[in-house]
Write a protein that binds this ligand. Structure first.
Ligand code: ADP
Ligand code: ZN
Length: 220
């Protein structure tokens, strides 16, 4: 089973992708996390991606698509995966469809999480991420129990360099121009599930799981 999570930066893709992957026992593949990992490891891919990420632009399609397809062919993705942050434009979506079709597979569902622009800005400004386990906090809305430390693993929380005001603005522009059109692309394929992304994390997870249930993707 392959599920795609679509949504603007700050919509909660990562948080929900983690929850769903766990529930359905699927791999969680997050393009942004893979780039950040490459960056930390100082690989060529990381150096290439950095320039784009810092500006809030998309990393070129070819590099990105190849990275994701490689990751999808790892053993833990055999039963399927939840894709978070990919595809992010029409070219990537088509490349993914084509690659899966070549293996007689296809995307099962696309979950589009919608959140108002005002709420997105608030979330991104206050966002802090655990360096070790990638759990996301918000210093205003969902602060950690101990300041600066991850509740789950004690790791150090940091602000992503692309969560600065200027880059956030650019990332939202890129989302509305390039990624949002994918909602129509998948709607036309009859695979889209739309979920309201405001409310508590658990509420959104419940909505998402309920929507997948209706689509009979989860055995009752
Ligand atoms: P967010 O969804 O909060 O913007 P991500 O962690 O998913 O954050 O992505 C961070 C950055 O990584 C993006 O702004 C972009 O530069 C790069 N990136 C992630 N996914 C893709 C993709 N599918 N195509 C191109 N660039 C990507
Ligand atoms: Zn942690």
């Amino acid at each position: 089973m392959y599920i795609i999570l679509l949504g603007a930066p700050g919509a909660g893709k990562g948080t929900q992708a983690t929850a769903i992957a766990q529930k359905l026992n699927l791999a969680h593949i997050a393009s942004g996390d893979l780039f950040r990992q490459a960056l930390e490891q100082g690989t060529g891919l990381g150096r290439q991606a950095r320039v784009y990420m810092e500006k809030g632009e998309l990393v070129p399609d070819e590099v990105t698509t190849q990275m994701i397809l490689e990751r999808m062919s790892a053993p833990d993705s055999e039963k399927g995966a939840v894709l978070d942050g990919f595809p992010r434009n029409l070219e990537q979506a088509k490349a993914l469809d084509k690659a899966l079709a070549g293996q007689s597979r296809a995307i099962d569902r696309i979950i589009a999480i919608s959140v108002s622009e005002e709420e997105l800005r608030k979330r991104l400004g206050g966002r802090r991420v655990c360096r070790q386990c990638q759990t996301v906090y918000n210093i205003v809305e969902s602060p950690p129990e101990v300041g600066g430390k991850c509740d789950k693993c004690g790791g150090e929380l940091y602000q992503r360099p692309d969560d600065t005001a200027e880059t956030v603005k650019k990332r939202l522009e890129v989302y509305f121009e390039q990624t949002a059109p994918l909602i129509d692309y998948y709607r036309q394929k009859g695979k889209l599930i739309e979920v309201g992304g405001e409310g508590t994390i658990d509420e959104v997870t419940r909505r998402t799981v309920a929507a997948l249930n209706e689509g009979e993707l989860i055995a009752r």
